[in-house]
Design a binder for this molecule. Structure first.
Ligand SMILES: C[S@@+](CC[C@H](N)C(=O)[O-])C[C@H]1O[C@@H](n2cnc3c(N)ncnc32)[C@H](O)[C@@H]1O
Length: 262
């Protein structure tokens, strides 16, 4: 995954100006900021979530009853955390991230940025940070989950384990996965566990943000997963071209950006 991509291309350390800061909202209040205001605050946070994908997460969080628990696997600087917490003032977002080191994710300094972003957006009291790997937390987890968002480590094995968090979702509850049909590990995990499975049915996707619902998949649901595979192969091809800096060829394939397809 290359550098962050946002409409304004912020650096990881970039912070918003006070003028962009929405007023903090009280827990228990029924008024939620509308999406545009919430996304304006989230959009200056480094990350890979597009506006349309943020809207899709927002809509999922908005449909939850008060007191729900949202699990977010992979929080980074809080771009998606802020969207989810802003959409559902009466829910709790459990944000799981070990803050891995390296140039991509920035290690423990990212935790400070994450916490500062939550404070700036007035959502600190709606978010419980668990600084841990999702795979270490999951075996001891016992609580019901209202909405699950997976955007952590993108290898096949971690995604396979992360899908097991869906066992805590009730029938009809939703699960969204970022980089579905764009990352090799994530897509192989979906093909291995969701395609032949009987508990999650594929709804749709916003770019690479795929939405699933707890429910028995029909044959048509499974076929729609398979129908995404050409798009997946296209994205993998684009990523190879970008790594090789063959931007003109990527453009010929319809990808005009230097960032990965999300
Ligand atoms: C793509 S970023 C998440 C972006 C975030 N959802 C957003 O919208 O900005 C992936 C995150 O996953 C975290 N991560 C890596 N391994 C993880 C694991 N085993 N469990 C949970 N998070 C992990 C990384 O530290 C990184 O912050």
């Amino acid at each position: 995954m290359p550098a962050h991509r946002t409409p304004t291309e912020p650096t990881p350390a970039q912070q918003t100006s006070p003028a962009q800061t929405p007023a903090p909202r009280q827990r228990g209040s029924h008024s939620a900021a509308d999406f545009d205001t919430a996304f304006a605050a989230a959009d200056v946070i480094g990350g890979w979530l597009t506006r349309d994908q943020a809207r899709a997460l927002w809509d999922e969080a908005r449909r939850l009853p008060a007191g729900s628990r949202i699990i977010e696997i992979g929080s980074h600087q809080g771009r998606s955390t802020v969207v989810l917490a802003s959409a559902a003032p009466e829910a709790t977002v459990v944000a799981i991230d070990p803050f891995v080191s390296g140039p991509m994710f920035g290690g423990l300094a990212t935790k400070d940025t994450f916490l500062a972003n939550l404070r700036r957006c007035g959502v600190t009291d709606r978010v419980e940070l668990r600084q841990a790997k999702s795979t270490d937390l999951r075996p001891g987890w016992t609580e019901p989950i209202g909405f699950l968002y997976i955007d952590g480590k993108h290898d096949y094995w971690t995604l396979s384990d992360d899908l097991r968090w869906a066992e805590f979702l009730a029938p009809g509850a939703r699960l969204s996965i970022h980089d579905a049909y764009s990352s090799i590990g994530v897509t192989l995990g979906l093909l291995r566990h969701v395609l032949p499975g009987s508990r999650l049915r594929y709804l749709d996707r916003t770019g690479s943000l795929a939405r699933f619902e707890v429910g028995r998949p029909t044959r048509a649901d499974r076929l729609r997963v398979l129908a995404e595979l050409p798009w997946w192969l296209h994205n993998v091809g684009i990523k190879v071209l970008l790594r090789l800096k063959l931007y003109p060829i990527a453009r010929l394939m319809g990808h005009t950006d230097t960032a990965d397809p999300y």
